[in-house]
Design a protein around this ligand. Structure first.
Ligand code: ZN
Length: 210
């Protein structure tokens, strides 16, 4: 089963994708991971990505597409995969259709208010990187990591202004993909607002009906 997970930042795509990939025994392909791995291994594409990211620019579509294409040549994708964070634009989706045929797209729906509540409440240990949330994953002592006693901070990405920017980018570039895939008849909506376990269950029910 070749799947794409779509949805705004904070919809939980990554968490849900990793759980479902584990259950189905298929790889979870996230562009964030592909970028990090290519940079770490200093491949030709990795060196280019590193240079672009370090100069503060967005990785161009052609480079992202090349990395995904390279990843999909790996024999472990034979039984299928979940693409998480790709495609992010109509242009990327058109390119993807030239080298892969997607079976279904899962679109996780969630309101802006829920996204803001989720992302703005996230906290990260400055020392060990453990994740917390002011509503759902509270540390024993406010502002202090349970595991190492480190200070809990807000990632720059999760500051209110940054969240608004991320949502604006999503609506401009990625949301048009919902109609794009709906017109192809392969889009399935799943309510992304309940807790993770419930969303995973709904997603698996949806996938098994495809
Ligand atoms: Zn810690």
């Amino acid at each position: 089963m070749k799947l794409i997970f779509l949805g705004p930042p904070g919809a939980g795509k990554g968490t849900i994708a990793s759980k479902i990939c584990e259950n189905l025994g298929i790889p979870h392909i996230s562009t964030g991971d592909l970028f990090r791995k290519a940079i770490k291994n200093q491949t030709e594409l990795g060196k280019k990505v590193q240079q672009i990211i370090e100069s503060g620019d967005l990785v161009p579509d052609a480079l992202t597409v090349a990395l995904v294409k390279e990843r999909l040549n790996n024999p472990d994708v034979e039984k299928g995969y979940i693409l998480d964070g790709f495609p992010r634009t109509i242009g990327q989706a058109d390119s993807l259709s030239e080298f892969s045929s997607i079976d279904a797209v899962i679109n996780f729906t969630i309101t802006d208010d829920q996204v803001i509540k989720r992302l703005a409440g996230r906290r990260l240990c400055k020392n060990c990187g453990a994740g917390y949330h002011v509503d759902t994953v509270k540390p024993k002592e406010e502002g202090i990591c349970d595991k190492c006693g480190g200070e809990l901070i807000i990632r720059p990405d999760d500051a209110p202004e940054a969240i608004k920017n991320r949502l604006a980018v999503y609506y401009e570039s990625t949301e048009p993909l919902i109609d794009y895939y709906r017109q192809k008849g392969i889009l399935n909506d799943v309510d992304g607002s309940p807790e993770v376990a419930a969303v995973v269950k709904d997603t698996e029910t949806t996938i098994s009906a495809i």
